[in-house]
Design a protein around this ligand. Structure first.
Ligand code: EPU
Length: 358
C-alpha cells in the first residue's frame, strides 16, 4: 500500500483542478482494504474517505480534508470459455481488476478479437469506475457486457460478488451511486465477451463510418479492432482529449422528461426553425422522452463560449473545458450554474450534472 500526505491531485483528475487531499492511498489487494477498514480510529487515514477511479468524472470543488483511495488492482484474466460453461459457443469470460485503465481493456479485447466493449473505446477512466457509473457511448452501456462485480463490503469487511441484476443499472446509474453509495468498493469486474461477430452499429452514423472503412480498406474485415478505430476517430473529432485540454467528458446527463415537456421544446423549435424541424430525441419508454442536453445548451447560445479559464467545448457543448489549465473549481461551478439556469428559463428543464461534485 502506498500512502502519501498532502497530495496534489491536479494530475489525478482529468479536469485538472488544483486541489490537495490530506492523505492519498493506493491499494492493490482486498487484504489491504480489509486492513484500512479494520480500525476506524487508525489515524494514518484521516476521515472522510473517498474512493476515486481515474478521476475522469469528477469535479473537486475544494481541497479534500480526508483520505482519497485509489485502486491499483491490475489484472486481466480471460479464463472460462464456453466449452466449460453454460454460455453459448464463442463466449469468453474475462475478469479485470478495478485499477485497469478502461481503454487498455478495450484495446486488449480488440487485439484478441473479442467483441464487447469496442463501442466504449476511448472513454477515460478505469474499469472499477466504469462499473459504478455504467459508462455508455454509441449505443452500448457497460451493463451490456458486465456479468458480475466483485467488491469489498466496508460494512462486513468481506468480499462480495454482485450479479449484474444486483447492480440495478440505469442510465449512468447503479446501486453503487444510489442506495449502496459508499458501501462497496469495486475490486474487479467480470465481463462476458464474444469471439463470434457481435457488432452494434445502430447509433448515429456509426454504421456508415464503419462501412466506409470496410469499403475503402486496407482492412476489409469487420473486426472489433476496426470498430474500435472508427469509434476512436469519431471521439477524437468531437470530444477534447483530456491529455491536451482538461474536462470531465459530458458534464450533464441527457434529461429524460415527460412528453408534455418535450412538446413544449418541440413547439419552441418549430417556431424558430419552421414547422418541418424536429428536435433530436429518443423514446425513453413509459411516456418519457430523452432530449440531448447538447442541443438544449447549444440553443441557449453556450457552444464555444469562453469566460476566463473555462468554456463550453466548441464541438460538443455538453463538455465544460478547462481552457488554460488554470481553471478553479469556482469558475467551473459558476459556468455550470449559468448554463443550468438558462436552460431552465428557456425550456423549463433542469439539467442534472453527470460529473460527481466532491
Ligand atoms: N447535439 C447538438 N449540438 C452539438 C452536439 C450534439 O445539438 O454540438 C445533439 C445532436 O442532435 C446529436 C445529439 O446531441 O445527435 C447527440 O450527440 P452525441 O452523439 O454527441 O451524444 P450526446 O448525447 O451528446 C452521449 C454521452 C457521451 C457519448 C455520446 C455518444 C451522455 C451524458 N453523454 O452524448 O458520453 O460519448 O452520447 O454515445 O449520455 C460522457 O459520458 O462523458 C460522454 C462523452
Amino acid at each position: 500500500m502506498k500512502i502519501e500526505y498532502n497530495k496534489d491531485l491536479t494530475r489525478l483528475n482529468t479536469f485538472g483542478m488544483k486541489v490537495f487531499c490530506a492523505c492519498y492511498v493506493e491499494f492493490d489487494s482486498v487484504g489491504e482494504l480489509a486492513e484500512i477498514y479494520k480500525d476506524s480510529s487508525d489515524n494514518r487515514f484521516p476521515h472522510p474517505f473517498f474512493h476515486m477511479g481515474g478521476g475522469s468524472n469528477l469535479l473537486f470543488t475544494k481541497d479534500f480534508p480526508g483520505t482519497v483511495f485509489h485502486s491499483s488492482i491490475k489484472f486481466t484474466n480471460a479464463s472460462s470459455r464456453s466449452g466449460q460453461t453454460s454460455e453459448s459457443s464463442g463466449s469468453v469470460f474475462c475478469e479485470v481488476g478495478s485499477g485497469v485503465l478502461w481503454d487498455d481493456f478495450c484495446g486488449w479485447c480488440s487485439q484478441h478479437g473479442l467483441w464487447g466493449p469496442e463501442n466504449l473505446s476511448g472513454i477515460p477512466g478505469e474499469v472499477g469506475a466504469a462499473a459504478v457509473q455504467n459508462i455508455g457511448a454509441y449505443g452500448v452501456e457497460a451493463k451490456d457486457i458486465i456479468k458480475e462485480v466483485k467488491c469489498f463490503d466496508v460494512v462486513t469487511g468481506e468480499e462480495k460478488t454482485l450479479s449484474v441484476k444486483d447492480c440495478r443499472y440505469g442510465y449512468r446509474d447503479s446501486v453503487f451511486k444510489d442506495v449502496a453509495k459508499g458501501r462497496y468498493i469495486v475490486t474487479s469486474v467480470l465481463f462476458g465477451l464474444s469471439e463470434e461477430p457481435a457488432p452494434r452499429l445502430e447509433y448515429g452514423h456509426v454504421r456508415n463510418a464503419v462501412e466506409e472503412v470496410v469499403r475503402s480498406g486496407p482492412d476489409r474485415n469487420l473486426s472489433p479492432a476496426l470498430v474500435r478505430k472508427v469509434i476512436l476517430d469519431i471521439r477524437h473529432a468531437k470530444l477534447p482529449d483530456p491529455a491536451v485540454i482538461g474536462s470531465a467528458g459530458s458534464f450533464f446527463k441527457n434529461p429524460v422528461v415527460p412528453k408534455s415537456s418535450y412538446e413544449f421544446v418541440e413547439n419552441y423549435a418549430k417556431g424558430k426553425y419552421g414547422k418541418d424541424y424536429s428536435v433530436p430525441h429518443f423514446d425513453a419508454g413509459s411516456g418519457f422522452i430523452k432530449i440531448p442536453a447538447a442541443w438544449l445548451i447549444e440553443q441557449c447560445g453556450w457552444k464555444g463560449y469562453r469566460e476566463g479559464n473555462v468554456g463550453v467545448y466548441e464541438k460538443q457543448p455538453l463538455v465544460i473545458v478547462n481552457i488554460t489549465g488554470q481553471a478553479t473549481p469556482e469558475e467551473v461551478a459558476a459556468l455550470e450554474y449559468k448554463i443550468v439556469i438558462s436552460v431552465q428559463n428557456r425550456f423549463g428543464i433542469t439539467l442534472i450534472p453527470e460529473v460527481e461534485h466532491v
